[in-house]
Design a protein around this ligand. Structure first.
Ligand code: C5P
Length: 219
């Protein structure tokens, strides 16, 4: 059977990675979490005491960064398991800042294209359908109201035992979307040929079933 490339883009906390992981498992495809790669750059700046706003400092770190996305979903940065550390709120905002730098983007986009070579992949991020894989057979632009997204993220954190404040979470999501949509290089936007999917009133199972239907049509 044909092994296609699937792009899922959309704003923060829209549930893209949850859906991408489930669809990848159903199809036996490789899931590539591109957000985790931007988070690794931000995390590296954080541990080296380099300000996210220091473009030259952040770019200077790239030559020594070895990011690996392992098949079990864990993320390695120069051999260290950073899967949890890169999810900290501080790092989310940092990722949104360092992702504005053209050199950071070209460094990561080259690796993403290399990983996606050959198809049988599902990537989620902000610029997959517009920049990373403009020829992807299926492009989805996944959205949900900011309230729905903040509620889902809040619930996730509480279940994991991470303390957080709903209003703060909502404000952080809004700030990150604004920054991601208004940057000069590869801003977040729906690709012309992407299918918009509003999941505000859909269950996880409904979203996965819908995406699987869209995939079937492309095979
Ligand atoms: O998807 P996630 O929320 O983990 O991404 C963290 C940040 O990385 C985003 O807010 C965005 O600024 C950046 N990003 C990006 N392009 C991608 C994936 C993520 O600019 N393809």
């Amino acid at each position: 059977m044909k092994r296609i490339s699937i792009a899922i883009d959309g704003p923060a906390a829209a549930g893209k990675s949850t859906i991408a992981k489930m669809v990848a498992r159903n199809l036996n495809y490789t899931y590539i979490d591109t957000g985790a790669m931007y988070r690794c750059v931000a995390y590296s700046a954080f541990i080296h005491g380099i300000s996210y706003e220091d473009e030259a400092g952040v770019v200077g770190l790239l030559k020594d960064l070895k990011i690996k996305l392992l098949p079990d979903g864990s993320i390695r940065l120069n051999g260290e398991d950073v899967s949890s550390a890169i999810r900290a709120n501080e790092v989310s905002m940092g990722a949104s800042i360092v992702s504005q730098y053209a050199k950071v983007r070209s460094f990561l986009v080259a690796q993403q294209r290399e990983m996606a070579k050959g198809g049988g992949v599902i990537l989620d991020g902000r610029d997959i359908g517009t920049v990373v894989l403009p020829d992807a057979e299926l492009k989805i632009y996944q959205v949900a109201s900011v309230e729905t997204r903040a509620k889902r993220r809040y619930k996730e954190n509480i279940e994991k035992g991470i303390e957080c404040d709903y209003e703060e979470m909502k404000a952080e999501i809004e700030a990150r979307d604004k920054q991601d949509m208004n940057r000069e290089v590869s801003p977040l936007k729906k690709a012309d040929d992407a299918i918009e999917l509003d999941t505000s009133n859909m269950s996880l199972e409904e979203v996965v079933a819908h995406v699987m239907d869209l995939v079937e049509k492309k095979l």
